[in-house]
Design a protein around this ligand. Sequence first.
Ligand code: TEU
Length: 596
Amino acid sequence: MKQLCVKIFASLLFTLSAGQAFSQGAIPENAVNKKWWKEAVVYQVYPRSFKDSDGDGVGDLKGIISKLDYIQSLGIDVVWLNPIYSSPNDDNGYDISDYRSIMKDFGTMDDFNVLLKGLHDRKIKLVMDLVVNHSSDEHEWFRQSRSSRTNPYRDYYHWWPAEKGVPAKRWSFFDEDASAWRLDSTTNSYYLHYFSRKQPDLNWENPKLRQEVYGLMKFWFDKGIDGFRMDVIPFVSKDTAFPPLPAEYNAPARIDYDPNYIEYYARGPHLHEYMQEMNREVLSKYDVMTVGEGIGVRADEALLLVDKARKELNMFFTFETAAVGKDRTDWSPDAEKFKLTDFKTTFSKWINVFKEKGWATVYLGNHDQSRMVSRFGNDKPEYRETSSKMLYTFLLSQRATVYVYAGDEIGMTNIRFKDIKDYRDLQTINHYNLLKRQGKPTDDFLRDEAEFSRENGRTPMQWTGGQNAGFTTGTPWLKINPDHITVNVEAAEKEKNGILSYFRKMIKLRKQLPELVYGNYTVVDKDNPQVFAYTRTLKDKKVLVLLSFSTKVADFTVTPEIGKMGNILINNLPGIATDGNTIHLKPYQAMILRLE
Ligand code: TEU
């Protein structure tokens, strides 16, 4: 009781003082309204590649269970698991054939229960993947739906009767023919599939389908999970008249995430209505977090999805930050991968979208992206460690919920497959086959894929320097990066000052300093081409984050306007070279300084 009173008093005090400050415009609503999920560090586990317990070469739930102590030792708060539901694995679980059971490769519901309890016992929350823009074509709903035009499940999917003519072009992200419409002979109709032909799009216009989705969400929430990451959620509402695309989008593009283009695919007229309904019927009944995969969501409409007052989602991932530098044209070994000024502008833009309301996310890698250090740092042996630590300093000092990807904490790097035979991902394979069939060259495509393909982020977790990196006793489903001989958890645990221990230290620091979570974010010296610098300020507490993205020594002057240099709170290299107020940052040096 006493504790409760203290708590209430403390929060009252905070609200009052924050309220006063707010009226002066100092503390925005989203800082006053503290939430566990705003403060969380989310650790993403790609189950297929994390740890195999039974020697079939595929990671599984028992494998994850065996690594729970390791996961806990990181200091993270939430685990996000990619889909673990029954699936024929056309797209590694993003094609679900039964939303209420566990994929055989991964184990059983009993294993799931043990995993959930194991996480909760360790005070770690579990977020699952919700993939409801599409199901597998092997889902019972689709089997029924395709069987006849009058089947009760017909309207669970989008069908276009062939007698109406060929539907307007929609490009598929994964299809071998690039088309998102596929003619199904049983009922002489086309069905829509934005992703592979084994991933038919569900029809959210149908209220029965929406109830099915809410039902399955409740099923998992009632089991005790703590949230959902929602796959391509803006796609659920579409213009179901399927109007023709404007001419400029009629080229057989390898679809990228141009929001103007996505306009024709997503964010349809009912998106917010559906999200509000979902919130009312499901989310509002549980203390859970939601993060949408915000494909195509523009900054000027971001708050529609996550403004608390609108009762939709908590957060979403933007695709724009992941796109920085993807338009690369210079492939010489020492070429700049991206302009730091672009990186600063894009990331800061997305942090500032949520300055007052809503809440941001930040990530540098996931199962669809290259490895963080290869993409945004520098994976050459002399820089791999320092630049990985620098990137963690960035992530863990952002005004956002931080999403980190398993394997980055030991500095895993891109495998850079050269041979198409090494790929398992349908996205790469189908596009390669398409080019071949069209008689087009594949060299540029393969070079791009070596750098950016999803397999770079999917190679198995490297636990040891031994056989198969300690991932499996069998044959791994995807090749293991040969660098596991030196880059592995066992070795990392022995390094007192390695990436892993820095990651743990940085998480601890974030937990100690609320200004790193809630403080105002101000970029300083924004045109500096080598250094990313910003301050984080909460009431009278202010810190300066300095990040060198350069292979050269980079100077940064702490001007009186920025503040007076105080203690170094963390530094990814020993020591600091200064000359008055100017700091000479070594290549990829990162530090956080207290400002007085
Ligand atoms: O990804 C959405 C998406 O658009 C992907 O195509 C992704 O951006 C692209 O592959 C990057 O190269 C989600 C999931 O994260 C992805 O793994 C799934 O394959 C996809 O949806 C379909 O469910």
